[in-house]
Design a binder for this molecule. Sequence first.
Ligand code: FAD
Length: 294
Amino acid sequence: MNIANLYKNKTTVYSMEVFPPKKTGAVETVYNTLYGLRGLPIDYISVTYGAGGTDSQKDKTVEIASLIKKEYGIEPLSHLTCVGSTVEEIDTTLKHLKDAGVQNILALRGDMPAEGELKMAFPHASDLAAHIRDYDSYFNVAGACYPEGHVDAESLDADIENLKKKVDAGVTHLTTQLFFDNDIFFRFMDKLDKAGINVPVAAGIMPIVKKTQIERTVAMCGASIPSKFSRLIGKYGDSPEALYSAGLSYTIDQITDLVAGGVRGIHLYTMNNVDVATKVTEATESLFKSVNKI
Ligand code: FAD
C-alpha cells in the first residue's frame, strides 16, 4: 500500500520506527520487538538504515521491512540513505525492495560515518528522492525534516528552503526529528505553510524513560529541553522506576496535545522497546479513533 494514501484517508496516522541493532548477533531483538508489537493499531512501521553512521546491518533493513509486510501485514517504510553508497548500490537496494514488495521509502542523506571511506551517491536527500522517483514510479518517497533546523543548516529558514526542494522532488510526507516542545513544532508548521510546503508532516516522538537516553539523545539531535521536561528529569532522574513512569506520561501528554492541535501523524521512535510502545499506544488509541472517526 502506498503510504501517501493513508495520509489522504486518515486525519491522523499512527506509525512507529524500529531499527536493526548494530551488533551482528543482536538482530533477533528487532524480530522480538516486531513480534511484541503484533496486534497494535499501527498504520505503518519504518525501519532505519545504517543509522548512527554505521554500515553494519544495512542489509538487514530490506529483510526486516519485508518481514513487517509479509509476516505482520503492516505496511513498512524502509529508510534509505545516500551517504555510504554508490548509485549502483542504491539501485541494487531499490531492486531488492521492489522484489520484496516494499513500496515506501524514506529518502535520507544519512549520518556521516565517524571513520572510513566516504562513498556518497548524492549530496542531499532531495537528490536521492528524485533518483528514486526516476528509477521506478512504483515507489512512494517520504523525507525527514527538522523543527529546530538541521545541525548543518545556516538557519531554520535556510533549512526550510532546502526542504522545499525535497518536497518538489516528489516527497509525499515528512517525518520530523524528535522534539520535546510542541510549541516549536506548531511554529515550524506555520513556517512550512508560509513556505508553500503542504505535504502531511508526522511528528517524531521519542519516549525518554531511561537516564542514559537523555544525554545521548539530546547530544545526537540537539533538541531543546522545555522547563517542564527538565523539572521531570531533575526530580526523577535518579529513580529508574519514577523516570520510566514520568517519561511515559510526558510522551502521552505530548501526543494528546499534538493530536488536539491537528497533527497529521505521530511517529513513535520506539527504540525497539515493546513495553513503552504498547503503553503509549494503549493510552492514546482513543485519541486516534476519535479524530479518525473510527
Ligand atoms: P538532507 O535533507 O539532505 O539535509 C541535510 C543538510 O543539507 C541540511 O542542512 C539541509 O538544509 C541541507 N540541504 C538539503 N538539501 C539541500 C540542497 N538541495 N542544497 C543545499 N543544501 C541542502 N540517518 C541514518 O543514517 N539512517 C536512518 O535510517 C535515519 N533515519 C532518520 C529518520 C528521521 C525521521 C530523521 C529526522 C533522521 C534520520 N536519520 C537517519 C538522520 C539523518 O540521516 C541525518 O539527520 C542527516 O544528517 C540528514 O539527513 P536528511 O535526509 O535530513 O538530509
